[in-house]
Design a protein around this ligand. Structure first.
Ligand code: ZN
Length: 365
């Protein structure tokens, strides 16, 4: 099937909500224009980083200047590198969900040694986490990564409170992540959705798995405890290629080759499950972000999209590894891949509740 593709980036109609204007430009490119993204001068970056350092210093209550979630991937590793440059003492937090690649563990260790920082590793109860992942598989919903992201977010806020840390430095950024279709992901803090998916598809109870929801973040952590999230990659000219070079220089960091090779699950999910079951090639969103922020030409992006998502023998190895680790037979796993997807909104959702509150608020105004 031929999909209409944006004339400026590489997003296409595999995103069911994409909208093109008369010139064939998509809504993401138009939205990107609206935010007025531009390259900063060296002076501006220096000033931004200095203000950040001062902000952290004036809010410092305990031992740490800030808290950083570290997956071992490029973005979070580069946030750690900025912390080193600014001579900060961050608490580094890593979530070991049982799927880390060996290389990710090495990269994380190198970063921790170089920064001489404390690392808190949350090691998941594997039996419990596997059952939660299986519940998401059996539900057939798109965002299986909610489980990992949710646990990291919950752990970071809990530790920030425990150690009286006021600032969370996040690797989320505009220049490499701006384009992300709503239908390809789900909210990472939709606890009602998570609980309902798990309870309807599994007998597993949430025992040790850390949870959080948007109201707790807003009312408790932000309002009451004064904890704030900052995206430092947005106050510099964050460039993926340059970032990787610097990570290699400073930390002896090693590249994973494929995006998200830091986790075998994430690699398999993005490069096989998403395209096979959901007709989603996440590279399109990622490459389109790079095109929008002038880090890549459309021609280069189209060439990259022509490359296969997986090397055949690597796919076979990863397929067997993931399937066995989750405890599925080949027939069960193939059947999963062939079943039509289900929507997260077939389950309870905080988003529905928040939308209702928003509607009532608007009526009252
Ligand atoms: Zn576009």
């Amino acid at each position: 099937m031929q999909y209409k593709i944006c004339k400026k980036c590489v997003m296409d109609e595999t995103d069911p909500l994409i909208e093109f204007d008369e010139a064939g430009i998509c809504n993401y490119c138009r939205d990107f224009e609206k935010i007025g993204f531009r390259q900063l001068t060296d002076e501006e970056i220096e000033q931004n980083l200095l203000s950040l350092k001062q902000k952290l210093a004036s809010a410092k209550k305990g031992k740490y200047d800030c808290i950083i979630g570290l997956s071992g991937g490029v973005d979070s590793s580069y946030v750690a590198l900025l912390a080193k440059k600014l001579e900060l003492n961050p608490l580094l937090v890593h979530f070991d969900n049982g799927w880390n690649s060996e290389l990710a563990v090495k990269n994380i260790n190198n970063i921790v040694n170089s920064l001489q920082s404390d690392l808190h590793t949350l090691v998941v109860d594997w039996e419990e986490f596997r059952n939660l992942q299986r519940a998401y598989f059996d539900a057939g919903v798109v965002d299986i990564e909610v489980l990992t992201d949710h646990a990291i977010i919950a752990t970071i806020y809990k530790l920030a409170e425990k150690y009286r840390i006021k600032y969370i430095l996040s690797g989320t950024n505009i220049s490499t992540e701006f384009v992300l279709p709503k239908s390809w992901v789900h909210s990472k803090i939709d606890l009602s959705n998570l609980k309902d998916i798990v309870s309807k598809n599994s007998r597993q109870l949430l025992k040790t798995y850390p949870t959080i929801n948007s109201l707790k973040i807003k009312l408790y952590y932000e309002k009451l405890k004064g904890i704030r999230k900052i995206q430092p990659l947005n106050i510099i000219n964050y460039n993926k290629e340059h970032a990787i070079k610097e990570l290699i220089d400073v930390f002896g960091w090693r590249n994973y080759g494929r995006k998200h090779g830091e986790s075998i699950f994430t690699k398999f999910y993005q490069n096989h499950i998403l395209p096979t079951k959901f007709n989603i090639d996440k590279r399109k969103a990622h490459l389109s972000s790079l095109i929008c922020s002038n880090q890549l030409s459309r021609e280069e992006a189209l060439m990259i999209l022509n490359e296969p998502l997986y090397d055949k023998s690597e796919l076979e190895t990863d397929y067997g590894f993931v399937r066995k680790k989750l405890g599925y037979s080949k027939a069960e796993f193939d059947a999963y891949l062939e079943r039509p997807p289900s929507s997260h909104f077939l389950y309870k959702s905080d988003l529905t509740l928040l939308a209702k509150i928003h509607k009532i608020k608007r009526k009252l105004q």
